[in-house]
Design a protein around this ligand. Structure first.
Ligand SMILES: Cc1cc2nc3c(=O)[nH]c(=O)nc-3n(C[C@H](O)[C@H](O)[C@H](O)COP(=O)(O)OP(=O)(O)OC[C@H]3O[C@@H](n4cnc5c(N)ncnc54)[C@H](O)[C@@H]3O)c2cc1C
Length: 422
């Protein structure tokens, strides 16, 4: 970790009412405190709404430094924002919202030898994968929002996605992070080892002291299972884990530092993928089958219950149904220009049977064909609660147990001829 003080905190205080003016006076050009802009940034993909005082669109890291300095002097919070696809209010906040997606969104370089990419925080995950595709590489974690989500947001949320089964979480795929702390320190965070941590200035020494004071608790309660992603992942700071500050910062939701650049690991793209669709009578049976499937090293695995399939079937009854990328993000897309494969006939006629089946799908969804339309979503919201059925994200209520569960497993193509039974 290298540190350098970028600004003195001893500057004059900023009255909250003068926030936008102070930001402009600090040299920032992308400052917007209009009612419309603040309304636009008051929500993300969650149900929460917090109206910010001002929205800033930084063009480079120095502008981020200046914005943090003004916010510190005004005593207002700073919320970093990428795609704004968080579903728990992670990217809304009062004070200053820093939107990295407008200008700081480039993939700066790809190193095929080291299998890494250097990206600005607002770079979209798909853009990183697209930049690496020519080398047969991709960014491993793929939240379903990968075409909108940024690398800064994926780091903030420690995003996973269905491929996390093979490639891990975002924390497992960060190499080093350029960042700014609230006090204005610039740092490059990476795996440092304990000696490197203690030698890294006040911030590193403080982190080391925190770990030392709670060593037993961190060793026994943190990092117990792979999807333990809520809260601060202090296990990454343990000496035996290399005191990795970059990994530790994944999942901190911008509360400890602002990421201004990220070097991330890339993984080899599979040359071909296959999708196996397995049917089970219920969720418990599907869950029980998982340990038996894992030794086959699937890239991705998703569970869908009967209600979810039913919603799509009912709402799309008059249109030719097409599998949704959100249903199985592990599916490979049909290359442009190649003919669409014929869909395999449904076993046993028009309704699915609980018996296992292997089916080839060509996902290739068109925009707007997946998920509920705004119209159906509004209709659902307007319906009396007693008649509502769970929306596409709904779960099977306890009173209506699942009758048809599909487990989508993306496997190497060599498994295509395997007859799966459940
Ligand atoms: C339909 C849908 C499907 C989803 N599927 C998944 C899924 O499969 N798996 C999954 O993990 N998540 C999923 N999500 C949640 C979300 O899309 C992901 O976590 C995504 O990675 C967030 O990226 P973003 O750019 O939108 O981040 P934002 O929402 O903009 O920000 C996320 C967090 O990161 C912080 N942040 C953003 N930029 C920076 C920065 N430069 N420095 C420091 N902190 C920063 C923010 O303050 C915030 O706390 C889904 C969301 C939706 C709406």
């Amino acid at each position: 970790m290298t540190t350098a003080r970028t600004r003195s905190a001893a500057a004059t205080a900023v009255p909250p009412g003068d926030l936008a003016a102070a930001l402009r006076a600090a040299g920032l050009t992308g400052v917007d405190d209009s009612a419309r802009r603040r309304a636009e940034y008051s929500s993300d993909a969650s149900n929460y709404r917090v109206v910010p005082s001002v929205v800033v669109f930084p063009r480079h890291a120095d502008e981020v430094v200046a914005a943090l300095d003004v916010a510190r002097r005004a005593g207002v919070p700073v919320t970093s924002r990428g795609g704004g696809t968080s579903i728990a209010g992670n990217s809304v906040g009062s004070g200053v919202v820093l939107d990295f997606s407008r200008h700081l969104n480039r993939v700066l370089s790809v190193d095929p030898e080291a299998r890494t990419a250097l990206a600005e925080p607002g770079a979209i995950l798909d853009a990183i994968t697209a930049a690496a595709a020519g080398h047969g590489l991709r960014f491993g974690p793929d939240p379903s929002s990968h075409s909108r989500a940024s690398i800064g947001g994926a780091i903030g949320n420690n995003a996973c996605g269905s491929r996390a089964l093979r490639y891990g979480r975002t924390a497992d795929n960060v190499v080093s992070l350029d960042l700014l702390t609230a006090s204005g320190e610039r740092m490059t965070a990476r795996r440092m080892g304990r000696d490197g941590l203690t030698a890294a200035g006040p911030a590193g020494a403080a982190l080391d002291a925190l770990v030392e004071a709670h060593l037993g608790l961190i060793r026994t309660e943190f990092g117990r299972f792979t999807r333990q992603v809520s809260g601060y992942s202090l296990e990454h700071l343990l000496p035996e884990n290399g005191a990795d500050i970059a990994r530790f910062l994944a999942g901190t939701e911008g509360t400890l530092a602002v990421v201004t650049g990220a070097t991330v690991a890339l993984v080899p793209s599979p040359k071909a993928v296959a999708l196996a669709v397995l049917g089970y009578p219920g969720m418990p049976e599907a869950a029980e089958a998982v340990p038996g499937l894992l030794p086959h090293r699937p890239v991705a695995m998703e569970g869908l219950d009967a209600r979810l399939v039913g919603v799509f079937r009912a709402r799309r009854a008059r249109r030719p149904s097409r599998p949704c990328r959100a249903v199985s993000p592990g599916c490979s897309s049909r290359p442009r220009g190649t003919p669409r494969p014929r869909r395999a006939p449904r076993p046993g006629g028009s309704s699915p049977t609980p018996a296992a089946s292997t089916r080839w799908w060509s996902p290739a969804p068109r925009r707007g064909r997946c998920g509920a339309s705004g119209k159906t979503a509004r209709a659902w919201a307007a319906a009396p609660p007693t008649t509502r059925r769970p929306g596409p994200a709904g779960r099977t209520p306890p009173s209506r147990p699942s009758t048809w569960v599909r487990t989508c497993v993306t496997l190497p193509r060599s498994w295509a001829s395997t007859a799966w039974t459940a």
